[in-house]
Ligand binder design. Structure first.
Ligand SMILES: [Ca+2]
Length: 366
């Protein structure tokens, strides 16, 4: 199909005569340039400043309806290959604009009655359609019919490849019954989903089971995402590696671990992580349960490791709680250079005493 452009001008007077009693038709009457852009070439594209919005559409007619419904739309462009529908503020001026696709010509009333000719499927996943055409999707759902949820930060990045920076995003991992918000960082280093952020000493991490289960703090600031969210994120087929970023004086240190998973609450959110052979912090057996001040799941007799050292963590099960790291301990920066002082109630990771510490999930490197 070479000739792939249709130029259509609606006739206001005729429409008024045909449908004098229907205000929505009167409202819709205006001159619209209609084009299917398959072979029109780059020069015929709408100039970016004239684009109202571009989105995934269903068909040329569907795109036409979206234009009709938009107050300021005077032209639209539907790419039959990519299914992208672009609504424009200005008419098209190119030489593509006089050809006809398959001899088809759509009249205003055909477009207005698009729903009867091509009934749209219902909005999915709780989406609502006040105007009977476009769906308002619930948090985290995307698509013309809200047909799927965004599963994580990398999924957001794949949908908006040019998006960068730090953003709070709604996601719904497949194993999660409901959407929830996470803090994403999207840049050239890869896409990160934050598990924990600590940059100040104003948010205490000395909290109980419910707090560690449900998460606490401010997603834009210091926070713990929550064990239940970590469980549903890592319970499906998606693979994540865990990175720990330890900021000390004038330096950043990173530790990267292999596949990271967290069990469910009935398993006390047991840890599963592929270890770096030499790493002492996670160099402990897998399957450790989580312990908080009010939930002693470490097997150290007579001691609650969380209560002794502050915070909540997958404490080891020997007589000393076997601390090689305590990222949820009190954040006390050591001005001597960021080295661990030996006080295990302070936040530390291996031999570092952080001025800030964060943990985040990334997809495995390809
Ligand atoms: Ca104990």
């Amino acid at each position: 199909m070479n000739a792939s452009t249709l130029h259509l001008r609606f006739l206001p007077l005729m429409s008024l005569l045909l449908f004098p009693l229907f205000p929505q038709v009167v409202q819709a009457v205006r001159s619209v340039d209609y084009r299917i852009s398959k072979s029109c070439g780059e020069n015929s594209k709408l100039h970016p400043v004239h684009i109202i919005k571009a989105f995934g559409g269903r068909s040329d007619l569907h795109c036409a309806v979206q234009c009709e419904l938009h107050e300021h739309c005077t032209s639209f462009d539907f790419d039959r290959d990519s299914k992208e529908c672009t609504l424009g503020l200005q008419p098209f001026y190119t030489d593509c604009s006089n050809s006809i696709v398959n001899g088809t010509n759509y009249t205003t009333e055909e477009i207005k009655h698009f729903d009867e000719v091509y009934p749209l499927p219902a909005c999915l996943n709780g989406g609502k359609s006040p105007n009977g055409v476009a769906c308002d999707c619930p948090n985290g759902a995307i698509g013309d019919r809200c047909e799927r949820f965004v599963s994580d930060c990398e999924d957001w990045q794949s949908i908006n490849p040019t998006e960068s920076g730090h953003k709070v995003k709604w996601i719904k991992p497949p194993a999660s019954p409901t959407p929830f918000q996470v803090y994403c960082r999207m840049d050239s280093d890869g896409t990160r989903l934050y598990v924990m952020t600590r940059t100040t000493d104003t948010t205490t991490f000395n909290r109980d089971w419910a707090a560690y289960r449900d998460g606490f703090g401010d997603l834009d600031g210091d926070n713990w995402l929550g064990l239940e969210k970590l469980h549903v994120l890592t319970a499906g087929d998606q693979r994540y590696r865990l990175r720990v970023k330890v900021d000390v004086l004038n330096d950043d240190n990173y530790e990267t671990y292999g596949e990271f998973r967290v069990g469910d609450e009935s398993e006390n959110y047991k840890l599963s992580v592929n270890l770096n052979q030499s790493d002492p912090c996670f160099a402990i057996r897998n399957g450790l349960p989580f312990t908080t001040t009010d939930r002693d799941n470490d097997e150290v007799a007579g001691i609650n490791c969380a209560r002794r050292f502050g915070g909540g963590w997958w404490f080891f099960t020997n007589n000393t709680c076997s601390l090689y790291c305590n990222p949820t301990g009190e954040l006390v920066f050591n001005t001597a250079g960021g080295n661990y002082t030996g006080d295990r109630t302070h936040a530390f990771w291996q031999h570092w005493a952080p001025v800030a510490i964060s943990m985040y999930l990334m997809h495995p490197e390809v």
